[in-house]
Design a protein around this ligand. Structure first.
Ligand code: SF4
Ligand code: SF4
Length: 426
């Protein structure tokens, strides 16, 4: 039986109201309002569970003002799963109040149906020039009109062709030492195809055969965290079926959010499903972030060329606090000859993206992002490396707003550059 909203009371009462979450919540840091810190949210949720409070517009707004960054969760002495509570509240809101027509359209018609999603992205790629103009120095694009997106916001354009349409289903490697399935996620498939290309090139060089299942779809996280569990479950099951068909040694991801969905959240979402509960666990046990996989490959650091650049690294929330991947990207960056790595202050503080958070609360997300940009600037880095496409886009926007010339890329791209530097020096 599916978990009820009321059953979360057990989690809510674990909050001892110590206030430790105030020191780490990026939203509270800006708004200084008790209702926007974990302790306040937990109290509000308890009120709705006990029926002392109704689901009002104010409650809905407070629940939407959470980045789901997990900073409070890992710093909470009682280990209160605040992000899970907020998610449960959003589910309850969706069930009681219904989803908006736009969310229903996006979640149930577009994201869930690969063909519709693909066609929409193809059309978007062709027509984006009508509603967006080129960004400064030809980088990214800015909205020509409001379109529900802030006109100052620098976005990365949709790629002319999706990543998955550019590659065969299997990238063969002679005498492969490993065979993995690459779960690309939406942003790599439709926007940052350069990250996908780098993942393939790095793995190929290291003797890993890569399968790119053509029928994979969105991981479902945007749908789930907005409370549409029915659609999220269907998407999880479809991806599980697609991935389990492949004869592979593991599943590689290059996005912390997709990785966390596949590794843990599918199993939570489907824990009561008689058929898929076990399958979800099976998938979870196979998932590795790109950097985890690379550092496990003997000799990956051989044949890296010289890259005389200053680099710093931003830890994506779901990668560092979800998948607990922190050392591996640093190990990769620091073994590249010539790279001068400087750790930034607060490298694991949320950049303010939070998926749809930055769409719904752009002004606030830019204030959170300003701290990240200041920390990047202080390092003097020329390149900011990260492991999540959403962080990449949001940080690039912040750097552009403040006219800071720092290139943003995925760890896989930096590694690809280092291998290519060897080729060029021959
Ligand atoms: S840190 Fe944890 S226990 Fe303390 S107030 Fe925040 S949520 Fe409650
Ligand atoms: S998950 Fe992040 S944004 Fe949400 S309450 Fe916790 S620290 Fe604040």
């Amino acid at each position: 039986m599916e978990r009820t909203f009321e059953s979360w009371e057990k989690e809510v009462i674990r909050c001892i109201r110590c206030g430790a979450c105030q020191n780490v919540c990026p939203v509270f840091k800006e708004l200084q309002a008790e209702s926007t810190v974990a302790r306040g949210r937990v109290k509000l949720i308890r009120g709705v569970i006990t029926k002392d409070l109704d689901i009002t517009e104010g409650f809905i707004n407070k629940m939407s003002l959470c980045l789901m960054c997990k900073a409070c969760v890992v710093n909470c002495p009682s280990g209160v799963k605040v992000d899970k509570l907020v998610e449960a509240a959003r589910k309850e809101i969706a069930e009681q109040k219904g989803l908006s027509a736009l969310k229903k359209l996006i979640f149930r018609l577009v994201l869930k149906n690969r063909w519709v999603f693909n066609s929409g992205m193809k059309a978007g790629s062709l027509l984006q020039g009508l509603v967006f103009r080129k960004g400064p120095q030809g980088q990214g694009m800015l909205p020509r009109m409001s379109l529900g997106i802030d006109k100052r916001r620098l976005l990365a354009p949709l790629a002319p062709k999706s990543f998955r349409s550019l590659y065969p289903d299997v990238i063969k490697v002679p005498d492969a030492k490993l065979r993995v399935a690459f779960f690309t996620g939406c942003m790599i498939n439709y926007i940052y195809t350069d990250t996908g290309k780098a993942v393939i090139n790095v793995l190929k060089r290291n003797g890993v055969e890569v399968v790119i299942p053509a029928l994979q779809n969105c991981c479902g996280t945007p749908v789930r965290i907005n409370g549409d569990y029915e659609a999220a479950k269907q998407m999880a099951k479809a991806n599980i079926d697609v991935l389990l068909k492949e004869k592979v040694d593991g599943i590689v991801v290059a996005c912390g959010t997709c990785g966390l969905a596949l590794k843990e959240e599918y199993a939570e979402l489907l824990e009561d499903d008689p058929i898929y509960a076990e399958k979800a666990k099976q998938i979870g046990a196979m998932v590795k972030d790109f950097t985890e996989l690379v550092v496990s490959l003997a000799g990956f650091e051989d044949k890296l060329g010289n890259l005389p650049i200053k680099v710093t690294y931003h830890d994506p929330c779901h990668l560092v606090r979800g998948l607990k991947v922190k050392a591996q990207p640093r190990q990769i960056i620091q073994c590249i000859p010539g790279v001068v790595f400087t750790e930034m202050k607060n490298s694991d503080t949320c950049c303010g993206s939070g998926g749809s958070f930055s769409l719904a609360h752009y002004e606030l997300s830019t204030k959170i992002n300003d701290h990240k940009v200041a920390d990047i600037k202080q390092t003097g880095a020329e390149v900011l490396v990260t492991g999540c496409s959403a962080c990449r886009m949001h940080i690039a926007d912040g750097l552009n707003r403040q006219n800071v010339q720092v290139k943003v890329m995925h760890t896989a791209q930096l590694l690809e550059m280092a291998y290519e530097a060897t080729d060029h020096s021959r």
